[in-house]
Design a protein around this ligand. Structure first.
Ligand code: UDP
Ligand code: MG
Length: 152
């Protein structure tokens, strides 16, 4: 039996500006995944640096921090069975031109630095990233009534 997992998803500033937030949330909702935390925030340079710490020495790091702090983002925590991998798959490859066309990045993105969404890539990252963006009391424990129609 696969574990229920939680993952951090961001609609990046390009996604918010292009008014794709509702569509992105809808993709996860229609899959039967549960939203347990949700907010519109402006990421500070400090939070951006911590969130993307693994990329600190990459040539694209400063551009990435400038971009992710350039406007509001929608941050959410999604819960579901095996959802870290499920959401990564739904998001598509980092480069939207390599992402399958049925994925969020494949549908809405063109450039790698404007790829609309973020999601955690492992259990370790999801624990770390959720703690960076949400306080414990901002994550709600509730029953989604459709769950019996999503899980056997
Ligand atoms: N990125 C970029 N140029 C690159 C590689 C990555 O601008 O050559 C950006 C891109 O927006 C990506 C983010 O940096 O989403 C984080 O990179 P990562 O490799 O972690 O990709 P992800 O996990 O987002 O698919
Ligand atoms: Mg990543």
């Amino acid at each position: 039996m696969l574990q229920m997992e939680r993952t951090l998803v961001l609609v990046k500033p390009d996604g918010v500006q292009r008014q794709l937030t509702g569509r992105v949330i809808g993709v996860f909702e229609r899959r039967g995944l549960k939203i347990v935390g949700l907010k519109l925030i402006r990421i500070t340079p400090d939070l951006a640096g911590r969130h993307y710490a693994e990329h600190r020495d990459k040539p694209f790091f400063q551009g990435l921090v400038d971009f992710i702090t350039s406007g509001p983002v929608v941050a959410m925590v999604i819960e579901g069975k095996n959802c870290i991998a499920v959401v990564r798959e739904m998001m598509g490859a980092t480069d939207p031109q390599k992402a399958a066309s049925a994925t969020i990045r494949g549908r809405y993105g063109i450039d790698i630095g404007r790829n609309v969404v973020h999601s955690s890539d492992s259990l370790e990252s999801s624990n770390r990233e959720i703690a960076l963006f949400f306080k414990q009391e901002e994550l709600l424990d509730y029953t989604l009534d459709i769950q019996k129609w999503v899980y056997e």
